[in-house]
Design a protein around this ligand. Structure first.
Ligand SMILES: C[S@@+](CC[C@H](N)C(=O)[O-])C[C@H]1O[C@@H](n2cnc3c(N)ncnc32)[C@H](O)[C@@H]1O
Length: 220
């Protein structure tokens, strides 16, 4: 029996020290080649101007830029401390001219309608205070025919996967953040019910080993 969802707590990655720890962990994962851009590319998100919601230290979007040509990225991030780190990382990649980090809430995206060719976000959904507003906003700013991909943890992940994630989450000071993130994450059925209320349809929710994957296309 899966426990009921517990809204993300202050134990998430919020303080500046946590941001530094999180950056170090994600950098280590990047160095091991574990930043997963495959699903994004497989979904046909490989050209034009993309939106990322909640980029954190930025590695996912930066790796996507590295694997695509002629692309650019605008990222909306709620934490100023994360934005500072992401900008520094973009500079290291030599991509400062291809990515723009904007402070803001995914529930109120500071861009006009029908602007983006695609949108993606990873590991952020469980933190959204109003997930339906964020999905509506992503849909609004996409061009007709634009694709979106949202990936996140899921509460019912296999205990072995949970154990694996626990061991790679270092330093151990950020492990409470992983636990609260898993507890705040959704089940596939919960997300399907939530999306049915806020999107016109055409989405797909898949169960993956590490979490869940939502993909779809804005009606053209
Ligand atoms: C666990 S981190 C994931 C970061 C990165 N996407 C990754 O895959 O490593 C979640 C990020 O989402 C951001 N976030 C949470 N709620 C948000 C919101 N409503 N709008 C924009 N960003 C948000 C957090 O500040 C944090 O940087």
């Amino acid at each position: 029996m899966v426990k009921p969802r517990k809204t993300e707590t202050g134990e998430g990655i919020q303080g500046e020290l946590d941001v530094r720890h999180y950056d170090r962990m994600m950098r280590r994962m990047r160095d091991k080649g574990w930043i997963e851009t495959r699903e994004i590319l497989k979904a046909g998100i490989d050209r034009g101007v993309a939106l990322e919601v909640g980029p954190g230290p930025g590695y996912l979007g930066l790796e996507w830029l590295k694997k695509t040509t002629g692309t650019s990225l605008k990222a909306v991030e709620i934490s100023p401390a994360m934005i500072e780190v992401a900008r520094r990382n973009a500079g290291e990649y030599g991509f400062s001219g291809r990515v723009e980090y904007v402070e803001g809430d995914g529930g109120s995206i500071p861009f006009e309608d029908n602007l983006f060719d695609a949108a993606f976000t990873n590991g952020s959904l469980h933190e959204w205070a109003e997930p339906q507003s964020v999905f509506r906003e992503i849909y609004r700013v996409l061009k007709p025919g634009g694709k979106y991909l949202v990936s996140d943890l899921r509460r019912d992940m296999h205990p072995l996967v949970k154990w694996f994630m626990h061991t790679v989450t270092k330093p151990k000071e950020i492990r409470p953040g992983l636990r609260s993130s898993i507890a705040a994450s959704y089940l596939v059925e919960e997300i399907e019910a939530l999306l049915r209320e806020c999107l016109p349809g055409g989405f797909r929710v898949e169960k993956k080993a590490m979490g869940l994957l939502i993909t779809g296309t804005k009606a053209g």
